[in-house]
Design a protein around this ligand. Structure first.
Ligand code: NAD
Length: 485
C-alpha cells in the first residue's frame, strides 16, 4: 500500500502516480522524519511527458510571445502569494533556514520577471540593402521540447534559471527535480497548473539515474540544462551531446575568498561567515577557502573562529536558527571524514563542528561551523568540494601568490576579494580565471538579468542559465536573405 503523500508526476496537465514500485523516502534532514516517498519513474513516463510536450509545441510556438508571457505574469503573482508556504516546504525537505528558503524563492521570482520581457529579449536583427534591393534578417525560433535536471540544494530556484525563459521563447518543458527534495516542485507545479498553461507545455517527472538517462537519450528532447556535481555534469554533458542535443551543465565548486590587509575587518568577517556557513555550506557559491594575505592573518583567523563558534545551529523552522543541517546522514559522514583527513594531513583545528549537541536534533544531520587553518595549499581539503560548513584558511604573502593559488584550482565558479584598494580589485577581477567574481561581496550570485556564469570544471557548455544566455540557449537563429524584384 502506498501512503497518500507519494510524490506525483505531472504529465499532459494531469497529476499521475508513477507505475513503479521503486520508491525512495524523502526525509527531513533536521529530524529524520520521513515526509513522503518519491518514485524513480521508469522510461515510459519520460516518454509520455516527451510525447505530450512534442504535441503541445506546435500550438505553443505559434502563440504570440505577448500571450505566452501572460501565464508568467500569473505565475509571478501566485509565487508571491504562496512564497511562505513554498519556503516552509524547502526548509522541511532541504534543511536551510526559512529566511534562506524565502531568499531562494525571491531569486526564482526575479527570473520569472525577467522572462516576462521576452517580446523584447527574443527579437532578432535585420539589415536592409545588404546588396541593392536585398534585405537580411535574423529571426529567433524556439527549439522544441527542453528539460532540466536539478540538484538538491535549491529545490525551488534552480529550475527557474531555465523554465521561464524556455516557455516564454515558445518551447515546451520537462522538469526532473532532485529525488532528495521533490516536494517543492509539487507545490510549484500546483501553481503552474493554476496559471491555465495549455496541455503539455510544462511537465514534471520524478526519478533518478534511469529517468535522467531516458531524458538524455530521447530523440524528441532537444535541449538539456543540468545543475549538480561535476562528475555527473561531465557525464550528462557527454551523453546529451552524443545524442545530438544542445546542452549546458553547471557543476561543482571550491570557492576561495582573498582577504587583503586593507580590508574592513568587521565587514569582511561577517560576509565570509555568511558565505561559508549560510545554507550549511551547501551552496555552489559558498566560500570554502579563505586566503589571508600579509597582515590580514593577524586579525582574520581569530575573528572568523569567534563568529563560527557563535553561530546558532538547529532546525531551520526555528526563527532564531542561523544554520540548518546538511542534507543526508551520508553527507554528514563524508564531511566529517574530510575534516579528519585535513587534520591528519596537518591542518590546525580552530573550530571543530563535528558531533554537536543540538537540542531536539538527535536524528538530524547536524554539523556546526568548522574552521581549519594552515592547510596544505595543494592538499585534499584545499582542493575538494566539501559542500558543508567547513572553511579552510591559507596564508600567503601577497596578492600575486593568492591569485595564482586560485588559478591553480580546477573549479571556476566563484572567487571574491576583500579590499579597500581599487587597483588590487581591478587586478583580481582581470586576472582570476573564474566565472563569477565578488569584490567586497561574500556570495557573488548573479541577478536574473545577468548570466549565472561558471568556468573550468564548474561549467560544461557555452551558454549559461538566466538572462540573455538563456534566450540564446532556448532559441535557434534563422537567417533570411530576401529579394523582391
Ligand atoms: P548530483 O550531481 O548528485 O545530482 C544532480 C541531479 O543529477 C539530480 O537530479 C540527480 O537525480 C541526477 N543524477 C545524480 N547522479 C546521476 C547519474 N549518475 N546519472 C544521471 N543523473 C544523475 O548533485 P547534488 O548532490 O544534487 O547537488 C550538489 C552539487 O550541485 C554540488 O556539487 C554543487 O556545487 C552543485 N551545484 C552547482 C551549481 C552551479 O550553479 N554551478 C548550483 C547548485 C549546485
Amino acid at each position: 500500500m502506498r501512503n497518500q503523500s507519494t510524490i506525483l508526476n505531472y504529465i499532459d496537465n494531469a497529476w499521475q502516480e508513477s507505475v513503479t514500485s521503486n520508491l525512495l523516502d524523502v526525509t527531513n534532514p533536521a529530524t529524520g522524519e520521513v515526509l513522503s516517498r518519491v518514485p524513480l519513474s521508469p522510461s515510459e513516463e519520460v516518454n509520455a511527458a516527451a510525447a505530450t510536450a512534442t504535441t503541445a509545441f506546435e500550438a505553443w510556438r505559434r502563440t504570440p510571445p505577448v500571450e505566452r508571457i501572460q501565464y508568467l505574469f500569473k505565475l509571478k503573482n501566485l509565487l508571491e502569494e504562496n512564497i511562505d508556504d513554498i519556503a516552509k516546504t524547502i526548509t522541511l525537505e532541504c534543511g536551510k533556514t526559512l529566511s534562506e528558503a524565502k531568499g531562494e524563492m525571491r531569486r526564482a521570482i526575479e527570473n520569472v520577471e525577467v522572462a516576462c520581457g521576452i517580446p523584447t529579449l527574443m527579437q532578432g536583427t535585420n539589415l536592409e540593402d545588404i546588396a541593392t534591393g536585398i534585405d537580411e534578417f535574423m529571426i529567433r525560433q524556439p527549439i522544441g521540447v527542453c528539460a532540466v535536471i536539478a540538484p538538491f540544494n535549491f529545490p525551488g530556484m534552480i529550475t527557474f534559471w531555465f523554465l521561464p525563459y524556455a516557455i516564454a521563447c515558445g518551447n515546451t518543458y520537462i522538469v526532473k527535480p532532485s529525488e532528495k527534495v521533490p516536494l517543492t516542485m509539487q507545490k510549484i507545479f500546483r501553481l503552474l497548473e493554476q496559471t491555465g498553461l495549455p496541455q503539455g507545455v510544462v511537465n514534471l517527472v520524478n526519478g533518478g539515474q534511469e529517468t535522467v538517462n531516458t531524458i538524455l537519450e530521447h530523440p524528441d528532447i532537444q535541449a538539456i540544462s543540468f545543475v549538480g556535481s561535476t562528475p555527473t555534469a561531465k557525464a550528462v554533458y557527454a551523453k546529451a551531446a552524443a545524442h545530438g542535443k544542445r546542452v549546458q551543465c553547471q557543476g561543482g565548486a571550491k570557492n576561495p575568498l582573498i582577504i587583503l590587509p586593507d580590508a574592513d575587518p568587521e565587514f569582511t568577517v561577517n560576509a565570509t561567515a555568511d558565505s561559508a556557513f549560510g545554507c550549511a555550506g551547501q551552496r555552489c557559491l559558498a566560500a570554502s577557502l579563505a586566503i589571508a594575505v600579509g597582515g590580514a592573518r593577524n586579525w582574520f583567523p581569530r575573528a572568523i573562529s569567534d563568529i563560527a563558534t557563535d553561530r546558532i545551529v538547529g532546525n531551520g523552522l526555528d526563527e532564531n536558527v542561523q544554520m540548518g543541517p546538511v542534507i543526508t546522514p551520508e553527507s554528514k559522514k563524508r564531511i566529517e571524514g574530510l575534516i579528519q583527513n585535513g587534520i591528519d594531513a596537518g591542518a590546525r583545528v580552530l573550530v571543530d563542528g563535528r558531533f554537536p549537541k543540538i537540542q531536539g536534533g538527535d536524528n538530524g544531520n547536524f554539523i556546526r561551523p568548522t574552521v581549519l587553518s594552515e592547510l596544505e595549499p595543494q592538499g585534499e581539503i584545499a582542493k575538494t568540494e566539501i559542500f558543508g560548513p567547513v572553511l579552510g584558511l591559507i596564508h600567503v604573502d601577497n596578492i600575486d601568490a593568492a591569485i595564482s593559488l586560485i588559478n591553480s584550482g580546477k573549479y571556476g565558479n566563484m572567487a571574491c576579494l576583500f579590499t579597500s584598494n581599487g587597483r588590487s580589485a581591478r587586478k583580481f577581477r582581470y586576472e582570476a580565471h573564474i566565472g563569477n567574481i565578488g569584490i567586497n561581496i561574500g556570495v557573488a550570485a548573479p541577478m536574473a538579468f545577468f548570466p549565472f556564469s561558471g568556468w573550468k570544471d564548474s561549467f560544461f557548455g557555452d551558454l549559461h542559465g538566466q538572462s540573455w544566455d538563456a534566450v540564446d540557449f532556448f532559441t535557434q537563429k534563422k537567417v533570411v536573405v530576401e529579394r523582391w524584384n
